[in-house]
Design a protein around this ligand. Sequence first.
Ligand SMILES: CC(C)(COP(=O)(O)OP(=O)(O)OC[C@H]1O[C@@H](n2cnc3c(N)ncnc32)[C@H](O)[C@@H]1OP(=O)(O)O)[C@@H](O)C(=O)NCCC(=O)NCCS
Length: 180
Amino acid sequence: MLRGSKVGLRARHEDDIPVLQAELHDDVVNHARAQSRPWRPITPGSKTAPFAVDDTEEGDVPFSVVELEGGTLIGAATLWGIDDHNRSAHVGLGLLPASRGKGYGTDVVAVLCHYGFVVLGLRRLQIETLSDNAAMLRSAERNGFVREGVLRSSAWVMGEWLDEVLLGLLVHDWKPDPQD
Ligand SMILES: CC(C)(COP(=O)(O)OP(=O)(O)OC[C@H]1O[C@@H](n2cnc3c(N)ncnc32)[C@H](O)[C@@H]1OP(=O)(O)O)[C@@H](O)C(=O)NCCC(=O)NCCS
């Protein structure tokens, strides 16, 4: 398990899947805001369910997020689109509604940076998020990510076009502890 100050990132367990599916996937608005594909219902137990893990897929590394104290499941995080040639990857995360706004997201980003830069030896990490997602923007910026651009009207979200912000962090600018 990878450890931050408040969260642990561990492998996906079978009994995490229905919880993540019910609290993240089945919340249609949350799904629409976090994923760039339309929501559709998923049959319980489906092997293609969004939180089911294919351990042979090397380009994406999915984690379940737990509280360090007690081990309660609080969300999911992924380093995805890992590009070994350009040594880059994308950061993605979603916390269960009851676990948001408690500083966990900032800590998850810190742990994913450690995994990407230290464990995998990557050089660049990237985050794309909606321009009104204040908590995601702040979680990223506290870890040193800088805004590199706005993707205008790039996301179709529940009937409207929204802008996304592209943030990047290079390993030589990374400071392991989140900054104020
Ligand atoms: C985005 C998300 C991962 C952030 O994690 P979090 O644990 O809620 O965020 P934190 O508690 O670490 O807060 C980070 C900062 O944002 C601020 N913040 C938190 N919620 C906020 C809100 N609703 N509005 C404005 N600011 C907010 C916090 O005050 C904190 O700022 P600080 O460092 O100055 O104190 C989480 O809210 C989430 O899972 N949201 C739904 C899914 C999602 O949007 N995923 C990202 C898709 S790209």
